[in-house]
Design a binder for this molecule. Sequence first.
Ligand code: PMP
Length: 307
Amino acid sequence: MIWRVAPSRLPGTLLDQIGQTPLLRLARVTADLPASVGVWVKAEWFNPGGSVKDRAALRIVEEAERHGHLHSDKVLIDATSGNTGIAYALIGAIKGFQVELVMPANVSQERKALVRAYGARLIESDPLEGSDGAIRLARQIVAQDPARYFYADQYNNPANWQAHFDTTGVELWEQTAGRITHFVAGLGTSGTMMGAGQRLKAFNPDIQLVGVQPADELQVIEGLKHMETAIVPGIYEARLLDHEARVEAEDALAMTRRLARAEGLFVGFSAGAVVHAALQIAAGLQEGIVVALAADGGSKYVSLGLF
Ligand code: PMP
């Protein structure tokens, strides 16, 4: 059977569990801060696919279904450093469409294994070209057979940031009872920051938005882009940000380890980078509520041997 009309959300499936993630207070690593300054973590690894990207992937898929661009005889394809791919693969398994993912060959074994477990096809791009190489290869594959594919194009698809405008941003406002003063998130496609950031500014324009990037192009923090030297995502608007934070991979790793031991939070490296930046900002405040978005958990990085 071919769906010409978007199928419903399929109530009772895991898709209903995307979003509404917990907001957790950091207790130990904040010991030196005044009591009037709080640092909280938005725990995005609670999403069914294990990362923040479930939100964007679901919105991208449902918009495409609504417009008739995606149905069971189309193949969803995209370039991804991993988490969006895992999310597409999970959603494809539930909704019943095929998924092909272009990932740099050096992404962690766990990411490759996960997308294959959900039944997606993995196409490996040149590891030396990073996520930009994956983007270029995905474009080539689509150009060779455009009728076969729905090219999800998370870097340029407005549904990416709209997911965060409608969900993440609202949750942050509600979970802090409107007291959030700073929002800190990593920049990959930038969808999280563009969507949640714009929503927070609409609630209160004084909320400070802090985008986190690797300190330079040689620092690898999986999921984050060094914008100056990368293919800049079409959805990225630097002027929305109030501050930019540049984090060394070494500091991201140190904070990732510290969060597991001191707080019981086993997160991924981009989350370590984001919390590192959040604590630096918090250290300069007299009062405030700083929220750091932790994009994923640590289990997908175990094979890298860094813990
Ligand atoms: N951290 C990790 C681990 C990610 O996979 C991503 C997505 N590439 C991000 C942060 C950044 O999220 P966004 O694409 O919404 O900017």
